[in-house]
Design a protein around this ligand. Structure first.
Ligand code: 6GU
Length: 233
């Protein structure tokens, strides 16, 4: 899967891209990530400005339509598949695991990271992007949201996780709307806190039953909405 990320702060991504699971997926050729500096598409040759004041007044600055559209069209021309354009905004559809699974099926995503008060509306009118939010709170910019989208999407691509089973077991995976049971590793006791005896018993049927019970209990206590509204998302 190929990701193209359009941002005013390309450096934000360098640490994330060079670490851990994502770096391995890139190394193995399963994922490609290209970062594009929107400022390079400024029409203002002197100061490389890409934002301006809103018509009609109001606070803040808007990202101008021209650099964004030019940049996205140039990116689309780099590959035979035009890809799905995603714009990160608190006004978008809220991301959830179902949407993540859908996104992992496409082979190219172009992510636009918002900043300031947002984009000129014509960016949306012309590019018709999928607008996504990662939750009901406001971030300083779409870069962190883009990383969330990339991170959650790549782990659904076959071969990216070492152990295929581990994404199937995740709390929100494939309709599995139940929270995970608690897990323990050595030592068997620390500061008087012991590992539940059943886990040391070797009785696999009993262990499976205990885990199921723990999951249900935890879900009822913390996220009863998951049990009540199976069709909601
Ligand atoms: Cl995608 N962008 C910004 N700026 N804030 C957000 C968000 C996105 N999702 C939640 N808050």
């Amino acid at each position: 899967m190929r990701f193209d990320i359009v941002t005013l702060f390309p450096e934000i991504f360098s640490g994330y891209l060079s670490q851990s699971l994502l770096a391995k997926a890139i190394d193995r050729g399963l994922v490609q990530v290209h970062i594009h500096d929107l400022r390079k598409w400024s029409t203002d040759l002197k100061h490389h400005k890409i934002d301006d004041r809103p018509y009609g007044g109001g606070p803040g600055m808007l990202i101008c339509v021209e650099p964004v559209v030019n940049c996205v069209e140039a990116i689309q021309a780099m590959d035979p598949t035009p890809g799905v354009v995603v714009l990160t905004t608190p006004q978008g559809d809220r991301l959830n695991q179902r949407r993540v699974e859908q996104l992992s099926q496409i082979n190219r995503m172009i992510l636009l990271c918002g900043r300031y008060e947002g984009f000129d509306q014509r960016v949306i009118d012309i590019l018709n992007p999928m607008e996504l939010s990662i939750g009901d709170y406001v971030l300083n910019g779409g870069e962190v949201a883009s990383m969330v989208i990339v991170d959650s999407t790549v782990r659904m691509i076959p071969g990216v996780l070492g152990d295929e089973q581990s994404s199937l077991d995740d709390s929100f995976s494939r309709g599995n709307r139940i929270l995970e049971f608690p897990q323990y590793t050595r030592p068997p006791e620390f500061r008087g806190c012991a590992v539940p005896e059943i886990l040391l018993s070797g009785d696999h049927a009993k262990i499976a039953k205990w885990r199921e019970q723990q999951s249900v209990e935890k879900t009822m206590l913390r996220r009863s909405d998951l049990l009540r509204n199976p069709a909601e998302d």
